[in-house]
Ligand binder design. Structure first.
Ligand code: NDP
Length: 283
């Protein structure tokens, strides 16, 4: 009997990339489904992206995740870019079909999936997003596409905040406004969904966004993007106020599940992926 040693290759390109957890969730999913696939964590330095993309084509990779600093630059090497990813100006997932490269952004979709799975209404609601970086941008565009009415972007730097609200007002159906974050921010009374889309709480567990937690009422749905903890200080404060909360670990798994489905055409084993991530982060 002929033995088959070859595996289909997938992975992530980024720099730094050594602590990127995608391998944990994707490899757990491939193994659970008995798929002959190998996910690699690959350092690609700034300036080397084009060569890396040529390499993945030559080696017939099935797909690749893209992380910082390449999420924006990569668009110019792709044959087809999904409309929402084009609006965001960032791609985090590529799949290869018949020699063509397709780009998607699954970050914001993973976030919206969290809300939808929790039966949280989005249409005509008001969201406040803390931060205006890459993840804030992805979440804002997908919330807008899912029917949110208004998005308030709160950021310490005006330029990034105004750039995001400009993009939302220009290219999505939502209405957006910017609030400068220059002290303790009070959450407006009509807020339905509050998102921490900053990196606060990722490295230092004792840090939380500088908001007035007393201004949170129990009807606000509070979400964190921090991917390495289920219970950040931000979410703990929200729980104290009686709010429903959604953590970034599940969002990470959801965005990885969407990528898995694009690559394999199969439904992702989401529970297996979440279990593997929790074991890896020991939470
Ligand atoms: P960026 O660097 O693009 O954006 C970070 C944002 O946080 C910026 O708007 C920045 O403001 C703001 N910020 C950082 N520190 C502070 C602070 N002390 N006070 C106020 N604002 C602050 O990063 P990303 O958007 O790529 O990632 C953000 C977080 O999301 C990271 O922790 C990352 O690990 C996580 N993430 C989670 C995913 C998931 O699926 N759960 C997926 C991808 C990322 P400014 O730019 O104005 O300085």
């Amino acid at each position: 009997m002929k033995r088959v040693y070859q595996k289909q290759l997938l992975g992530v390109f980024g720099d730094p990339v050594d602590d990127n957890p995608s391998v944990v969730i994707e490899q757990a999913a491939f193994d659970a489904e008995n798929l002959p696939m190998q996910y690699l964590t690959i350092q690609v330095k700034k300036g080397d992206l084009q060569k890396a993309i040529d390499g993945m084509k030559a080696m017939n990779f099935l797909g690749i995740n893209i992380t910082m600093p390449h999420k924006m630059e990569v668009l110019k090497y792709l044959d087809v870019v999904a409309e929402d990813a084009r609006v965001m100006g960032a791609v985090n997932t590529i799949y290869q079909r018949n020699g063509k490269l397709y780009g998607e952004n699954t970050d914001g979709k993973g976030f919206v999936m969290n809300l939808k799975n929790g039966n949280i209404p989005i249409i005509n609601k008001n969201a406040v997003i803390l931060g205006a970086g890459g993840v804030a941008r992805a979440i804002a565009v997908e919330l807008a596409n899912a029917g949110i009415r208004k998005i308030t972007v709160v950021n310490i730097f005006e330029e990034q905040g105004e750039a995001l609200t400009g993009l939302l007002n220009h290219s999505t159906p939502a209405c957006a406004e910017f609030e400068l974050w220059n002290g303790t921010y009070s959450i407006p009374e009509n807020t339905d969904i509050l998102v921490n889309a900053t990196s606060i709480g990722f490295v230092k567990e004792t840090e939380k966004p500088n908001i007035n937690y007393e201004s949170l009422n129990a009807n606000v749905v509070v979400c964190d993007v921090i991917p390495n903890k289920e219970n950040t200080l931000f979410l703990a404060e929200a729980k104290k106020k009686g709010c429903r909360t959604f953590h970034g670990m599940q969002m990470l798994v959801n965005q990885g599940a969407i990528a898995f489905e694009l690559w394999t055409g199969r439904k992702a084993p989401v529970e297996v992926m979440l279990k593997a991530l929790k074991e890896s982060y020991k939470v």
